[in-house]
Design a binder for this molecule. Structure first.
Ligand SMILES: Cc1cc2nc3c(=O)[nH]c(=O)nc-3n(C[C@H](O)[C@H](O)[C@H](O)COP(=O)(O)OP(=O)(O)OC[C@H]3O[C@@H](n4cnc5c(N)ncnc54)[C@H](O)[C@@H]3O)c2cc1C
Length: 308
C-alpha cells in the first residue's frame, strides 16, 4: 500500500517554484451556513489554482474548533497545502503543544506561527500563565517537537504597532527566522515603496528567507478603515480619493485596480509570490480584471471567462 501523500511544505514550494506563487487567505466561518458558503466559494475559486492556502486561527474553544473544521474543509476540497495559523493567545505551553500535535496528526505540515493580538481595548499582550510571549517562542516550540513542520512568520513593512522602532521590529523578525522559521508573510500594505524599503532593510540585516507580500482588496471607505484598524497600514491619498466614488461599483473597481497595480509592481520587482487576503470572497478573486492580472504571470489552464 502506498503511504498517504503528505502535502509539500511552503519552503519546498518556494524553493522549487518556476513562477511566483499565489496564496489565498481564508477565515473560518462560525456556523454551518457559513461553512456552506465557504464550500461554495472554494468550489468557484478552483479554476484559479492557488499554490497554497492559509486559514486564520481564533484562540478559545469554539473559534479554535472552527479553524480546525475550515482547515479540514480546505484540504478535503483539494486546496492544499493548507497553512494552519496558530497563536499564543490564552494558552499555556502545554495547551499549545497539544494543538501542534493535533495539527500534525491531521497531516498539515505548514504552520503560520503568530503571537496574536492583545484583547480589544488593550495595547500590550500578556501571555497566559505558563504561556509563550513571542512568536519566536512558538517557532522554537514547533520546531522542537515536529521539525518536519514548515513555519511562516509575520513581517511588517510599516512596522508592528507595538515595536519601538522599525530597526527593533526587524531584529525581532530576524529572531523568528533564527529560531527556525522558513519564510515571511507580510501584513497588508497599500504602498509598494514601503514594502521594497522593508525588503532592502531586511536583506541588509541578513534576513535571507523568502518574503511574501500580503495584499487586500478594499471596495469601500468602510472596508479601508477596517483594514487600517488592524494593520495600521498607511493609505496613499490617491487610494482614499478613488474609494470615495459615489457609486459603490465604481469604488469597488477602483480598489481592485489599486491592488492589481500593486501586484504588477511587486511581480516586476521580483517577489517570490503574492499572498491575497481574499477572505473567502470568490467574487473578488474571479473578477475578470484580477484574473487577467494573475494570468500575466501564472498559467491558468481552466479559467472560465466572465466568471465574476
Ligand atoms: C500574515 C499574518 C497572519 C495573521 N494571522 C492571524 C491569525 O490567524 N490569528 C490572529 O489572532 N492574529 C493573526 N495575525 C495578527 C498577529 O497575531 C498580530 O499582528 C500580533 O500583534 C503580532 O503577532 P506576531 O506573530 O507578529 O508577534 P511577534 O513576532 O511576537 O511580535 C509582536 C511584537 O513584539 C515584538 N517582539 C518580538 N519578539 C520580541 C522579543 N524577543 N523581545 C521584545 N519584543 C519582541 C515585535 O517587534 C512586535 O512589536 C496575523 C498577522 C499577519 C501579518
Amino acid at each position: 500500500m502506498l503511504p498517504p501523500m503528505t502535502p509539500p511544505t511552503i519552503r519546498d514550494l518556494l524553493a522549487e517554484r518556476r513562477q511566483p506563487t499565489l496564496s489565498l487567505e481564508f477565515y473560518p466561518p462560525k456556523d454551518p451556513p457559513g461553512f456552506d458558503l465557504l464550500r461554495n466559494s472554494i468550489e468557484r475559486m478552483r479554476p484559479v489554482h492557488p499554490d497554497f492556502v492559509t486559514c486564520t486561527y481564533g484562540a478559545g474553544g469554539s473559534s479554535r474548533e472552527f479553524s480546525f473544521a475550515a482547515w479540514d474543509l480546505l484540504s478535503q476540497m483539494g486546496f492544499t497545502p493548507v497553512v494552519a495559523h496558530l497563536t499564543c493567545v490564552g494558552a499555556s505551553r502545554a495547551d499549545i503543544e497539544s494543538q501542534i500535535h493535533r495539527i500534525h496528526a491531521t497531516g498539515i505540515r505548514n504552520i503560520m506561527a503568530l503571537r496574536g493580538d492583545p484583547p480589544r481595548g488593550e495595547t500590550t499582550f500578556t501571555p497566559a500563565p505558563d504561556g509563550l510571549a513571542y512568536a519566536s517562542d512558538l517557532v522554537a516550540l514547533i520546531k522542537s517537537i515536529h521539525p518536519d513542520i514548515c513555519c511562516g512568520v509575520a513581517g511588517y513593512p510599516e512596522t508592528h504597532p507595538e515595536a519601538s522602532s522599525p530597526a527593533e521590529d526587524l531584529r525581532h523578525l530576524k529572531g523568528k527566522l533564527d529560531a527556525g522559521a522558513d519564510y515571511v508573510n507580510t501584513q497588508l500594505f497599500f504602498d509598494n515603496d514601503a514594502f521594497f524599503r522593508f525588503l532592502d532593510d531586511a536583506r541588509a540585516i541578513g534576513i535571507e528567507a523568502p518574503i511574501l507580500p500580503g495584499l487586500m482588496p478594499v471596495a469601500s471607505p468602510t472596508q479601508l478603515d477596517r483594514a487600517i484598524g488592524f494593520s495600521q497600514a498607511s493609505v496613499p491619498d490617491a487610494l482614499r480619493a478613488a474609494l470615495q466614488a459615489p457609486d459603490p461599483e465604481t469604488a469597488r473597481a477602483a480598489g481592485l485596480t489599486w491592488m492589481i497595480n500593486q501586484i504588477d509592481g511587486l511581480i516586476a520587482g521580483g517577489v517570490p509570490g503574492i499572498h491575497l487576503y481574499i477572505l473567502n470572497q470568490a467574487r473578488t478573486l474571479l473578477d475578470p480584471v484580477l484574473t487577467a492580472c494573475l494570468a500575466r504571470w501564472r498559467h491558468l489552464p481552466s479559467l472560465p471567462t466572465g466568471s465574476a
